[in-house]
Design a binder for this molecule. Structure first.
Ligand code: SF4
Length: 352
C-alpha cells in the first residue's frame, strides 16, 4: 500500500468514525439488507428512504419473502419512492437468487451482474459493503468528491468515472473496504456538499486541488435543471361509495401502476374542458356533476405538473383500454399508485 493511500484512507476513516450518521442499514452486514438500502438510495434522499427501508424489512425480512410476493404488493411497498423499475428489477432478481443461488446473494461480480438491476454501482456497493471486497463504487457524492480532490473540471457525468476509478484504486486500502466506500459517500453527503462545501472540516483538504485553487464551488460544473410545465386534469369519479381507477399499461413510464383517469390540457383548454375531452377519448363516457376537488403540484423526472382534480359522476359505463376497478376507500391500500394519485387518495381518505 502506498504512503498516499494509507494516509488518504486513514484520514477518511478517522473522520468517518467520528461523524458517520447512525442509519438503519449501517447496523447490519446482511447482504440482502445492504442491497435493498442501496437500491432505495439511488435517486432518493436518505431521509426519504429510512421509513421505506424499515417498512420493507419488516414485511420482507429476507430474499425468499420478496421472491414469494406478488408484483402488485412489491409496487405498493415501493409507492412514493418513484423510479419503479428499481422495484421490478429487485423482484425479478430476488426470484433468480432463490432459483439459482439458494436464496443468498452470490459474492462474485460475474454472478451479480447477471441479475436484473445490478449495474456497476449496485454490484460494487454489494461486493464492498456487504462482502468487504475491493471494488470502487462511484455515486454522485463520490464523483463530486473526487472531481474536486483531483481538480477535474467539467460536468459530473459518467465520462469522469474512468479517471476517478484509477485514482480510487490508488488510494483504496486492501482491507476494510466497507468502511472506506461508505466513508467517501458520507463525506460527499455531509462535507463535500454540492453547494457550499465545508472544506475547513474536510479530512482531505490538505491535498485537495480544488480547495488549493479556490475552485471548490465551481467544480463540478452545475447543470441547471430545466423543468417542463404540465397542467393535467384528473377525475375522481364515484358511484355508491366506490371510486374509479385504471391501470397503466405494462410498458413505459409508471408501468402497471393504478391511477385516476385524466390527461394533459391542450391548447387553450380550461381544466374542465380537458377533463370532459379526456373522459370521452379515454373511457368513452360523459361526466356529470363536475366539481373542483383539489389542486396540487407534483414533480417527476423533468416535469413540473399542476394537477387539477375534480369529483364527478359518469353517465354510463366507462370503457377503458386496460384493466379498471371500482374500489371502496379501504381498497386503496391494495393498489400501487404514482405519487400524484396517492396525494389525491390521501385527501379522499381525510374526507371520511
Ligand atoms: S477540501 Fe473541500 S472541495 Fe476538497 S474534498 Fe474536501 S470538502 Fe471537497
Amino acid at each position: 500500500m502506498s504512503a498516499q493511500s494509507l494516509s488518504f484512507a486513514r484520514r477518511l476513516n478517522s473522520w468517518y468514525r467520528r461523524h458517520a450518521r447512525d442509519l438503519p442499514w449501517r447496523q447490519t452486514q446482511d447482504p440482502y439488507k445492504i442491497w435493498i438500502s442501496e437500491v432505495m438510495l439511488q435517486q432518493t434522499t436518505v431521509s426519504a428512504v429510512i421509513p421505506y427501508y424499515e417498512k420493507w424489512i419488516r414485511r420482507f425480512p429476507d430474499i425468499r419473502s420478496v421472491a414469494a410476493a406478488g408484483d402488485q404488493e412489491i409496487l405498493k411497498m415501493w409507492e412514493g419512492l418513484g423510479y419503479y423499475q428499481r422495484a421490478r428489477n429487485l423482484h425479478k432478481a430476488a426470484r433468480m437468487i432463490v432459483g439459482e443461488y439458494d436464496g443468498q446473494l452470490p459474492p462474485r461480480a460475474d454472478d451479480l451482474r447477471r441479475l436484473p438491476g445490478f449495474g456497476p454501482y449496485t454490484t460494487g456497493a454489494v461486493l464492498s459493503i456487504a462482502f468487504d471486497q475491493r471494488h470502487p463504487i462511484i455515486d454522485a457524492n463520490v464523483r463530486r468528491v473526487f472531481m474536486r480532490w483531483l481538480g477535474k473540471e467539467g460536468p459530473p457525468t459518467t465520462v469522469q468515472d474512468g479517471g476517478i476509478t484509477e485514482a480510487l484504486l490508488e488510494v483504496m486500502p486492501q482491507r476494510n473496504l466497507r468502511t472506506f466506500n461508505q466513508a467517501l459517500m458520507e463525506l460527499g453527503a455531509l462535507v463535500c456538499k454540492n453547494k457550499e462545501p465545508l472544506c475547513h472540516m474536510c479530512p482531505l483538504h490538505n491535498d485537495c486541488r480544488a480547495y488549493a485553487s479556490g475552485m471548490q464551488e465551481i467544480i463540478p460544473l452545475r447543470e441547471k435543471k430545466e423543468f417542463v410545465e404540465l397542467d393535467v386534469a384528473i377525475a375522481v369519479a364515484s358511484r355508491r361509495g366506490r371510486y374509479f381507477i385504471q391501470q397503466r399499461s405494462a410498458q413505459g413510464l409508471l408501468a402497471g401502476l393504478w391511477e385516476f383517469p385524466g390527461g394533459k390540457l391542450e391548447g387553450d383548454e380550461t381544466p374542465t374542458q380537458a377533463l370532459v375531452r379526456e373522459l370521452r377519448e379515454e373511457l368513452d363516457v360523459e361526466a356529470d356533476e363536475i366539481v373542483p376537488f383539489m389542486r396540487t403540484r407534483h414533480f417527476y423526472t423533468r416535469f413540473r405538473v399542476q394537477l387539477h382534480v375534480f369529483t364527478c359522476r359518469f353517465r354510463g359505463e366507462p370503457r377503458p383500454a386496460g384493466d379498471h376497478r371500482w374500489i371502496s376507500k379501504s381498497g386503496f391500500k391494495d393498489y400501487p399508485m404514482p405519487s400524484g394519485s396517492a396525494k389525491i387518495v390521501d385527501k379522499i381518505l381525510k374526507q371520511c
